[in-house]
Design a protein around this ligand. Structure first.
Ligand SMILES: [Zn+2]
Length: 129
């Protein structure tokens, strides 16, 4: 699988998950009350993210920073990057990046793919370090 196809598939997965979360009535996530105890005021987020416990305040802030609206903006930005860094004929049989004219896939695409390095389709040759 080529890196652009890999990235487009992962970006689409991110978009679907964020859209599904947004359509579930989650808009503009925020941290309110104490996420650790039902006895200390309103707890506005009952769903547990992992480990059968409520997230810590730091974890809740992190989760809120990645709400569906932000993920959907990230999807748009990543698609723009993938589109700009398309493969083109680099001459003498080489393939270059259309944006920076370095060998394809360029470092920008490889860095972008690193986000998904835990995916089974990630190619270790894309690692930048
Ligand atoms: Zn590039």
């Amino acid at each position: 699988m080529q890196i652009a196809e890999f990235l487009r598939r992962r970006i689409t997965e991110d978009e679907r998950a964020a859209s599904a979360a947004a359509s579930a009535g989650v808009a503009g996530w925020h941290v309110a009350g104490s996420p650790r105890s039902d006895d200390e005021g309103p707890v506005e987020f009952d769903p547990t993210v992992y480990d059968e416990i409520m997230p810590s305040e730091e974890e809740a802030v992190h989760i809120v920073r990645h709400d569906p609206a932000r993920v959907l903006r990230d999807v748009l930005a990543k698609r723009g990057i993938v589109d700009r860094h398309a493969p083109v004929d680099g001459g003498a049989g080489a393939v270059s990046c259309a944006w920076d004219r370095t060998p394809y896939p360029c470092l920008d695409l490889r860095d972008l793919a690193t986000t998904y390095l835990d995916h089974p389709d990630f190619d270790d040759d894309w690692k930048t370090s």
